[in-house]
Design a protein around this ligand. Structure first.
Ligand SMILES: [Zn+2]
Length: 372
């Protein structure tokens, strides 16, 4: 992928282009924006351009636009996936650290990974190009200790070194880290553009609208969920079942519904895993469980939308009547309280609490404060 192929992130790319044209190529960046919004694609395309041996220069609407040629030896090796000067850093590398063999992938990005794959490597000169580009995924998962270890490298990286930290929230980065990096913000993509993109992938338009809203306008997340193949009715069928069950839900249904959600979570995680073999299974289990909890949250947030007459913004736009039945059981304050509690359940997922217990707790809680 070249820079011109990056989808709907013109503002971020153009700000980097302006700095590059002015000779202010940064050595440390933070790319900040929601998960699945295209930060890693942009970082890869930027790296490919820096490493390219025959860069192209064209005049774009916002000024000079530098891009990779797509044809030189560096670009060919880059597209083949093994460029020696492009170094993505991610937590699954724990397996390849000195003491990490057979270690489970943790929630946080381990300090050993940063030390052994970045800090100890930055002084190795590039092998094929003018730069070595390090892209640290999920930098918001670096704890203070790890961020402090990185400071010296961020402050005085070798001239050929470029470090790009990807994070989903700039607030999670220490001020000392932020002050040493150029911060590039990645914005939301318009809902209609995401819907259009999903429809091009043969997703039904109504389902596409749901996934765009479910993903909070993150194209990558929307594509991930919309394209998962699970069971006969697909993942959209699972979400419809959950919303229908919630609309007529009673305390006595809790354990059975928790059981169904738990089984669905396993299937979704397996489907993710079949498609992303390199990703940690623990992470994919968590992604599936969190997605299902967010489906429940979306029913509550829709109940609030209906209570203020904002029908057009419903996430579950395909199940308005079920949402109306559901909304009749809670006041807006009651629904907001349920959302707060469900967010606590979301945090439990990262703390390795048993999934079925989390679903049970979530559903018992809903029933406990129900007005019926
Ligand atoms: Zn090239």
């Amino acid at each position: 992928m070249n820079l011109k192929d990056i989808f709907c992130q013109d503002r971020a790319i153009n700000s980097m282009q302006r700095a590059y044209t002015a000779g202010r190529q940064g050595h440390a960046y933070i790319f900040a924006g929601a998960d699945g919004i295209g930060k890693f694609s942009a970082a890869s395309a930027w790296a490919k351009m820096l490493l390219c041996q025959e860069k192209t220069v064209s005049e774009g609407p916002e000024g000079v636009f530098h891009d990779s040629c797509g044809k030189c030896q560096s670009c060919m090796v880059f597209d083949g996936g093994g460029h020696p000067d492009f170094k993505p850093i991610y937590k699954e590398l724990i397996q390849f650290t000195k003491d990490g063999k057979n270690k489970k992938t943790p929630v946080d990005l381990p300090k050993d990974v940063i030390t052994e794959f970045l800090i100890e490597k930055v002084h190795s000169k590039p092998k094929m190009s003018d730069y070595s580009v390090y892209v640290v995924k999920e930098s918001h998962r670096l704890n203070a200790h790890s961020q402090n270890a990185l400071l010296k490298v961020l402050e005085e990286p070798p001239a050929y070194c470029v470090i790009i930290l990807l994070c989903n929230s700039i607030e999670k980065m220490l001020p000392t880290t932020r002050s040493r990096c150029q911060v590039i913000r990645f914005g939301e993509i318009a809902e209609n553009i995401i819907v259009e993109k999903l429809v091009q992938m043969s997703v039904d338009p109504q389902q596409a609208r749901y996934w765009a809203r479910f993903s909070e306008l993150s194209l990558g997340t929307a594509m991930d969920w919309a394209s998962v193949e699970v069971g006969e009715n697909g993942i959209f069928g699972i979400k419809r079942e959950i919303v229908s069950a919630l609309s007529v839900y009673h305390l006595g249904d809790s354990l059975e519904l928790a059981e169904r959600m738990s089984a669905a979570s396993k299937k979704i995680s397996e489907a993710f895993s079949a498609r992303n073999k390199s990703l940690s299974k623990t992470d994919l289990n968590r992604r599936a469980a969190k997605g299902l909890i967010r489906m429940v949250v979306s029913a509550f947030s829709d109940a609030i939308r209906l209570s203020v007459g904002d029908d057009a913004a419903l996430i579950n736009c395909d199940q308005r009547s079920e949402i109306a039945t559901f909304a009749g059981r809670f006041s807006a304050d009651g629904a907001a309280d349920k959302i707060t509690k469900a967010y606590e359940n979301l945090r439990w997922v990262d703390c390795s609490v048993n999934e079925k217990l989390i679903f049970e707790e979530l559903l018992l809680n809903i029933a406990g404060c129900s007005t019926i």
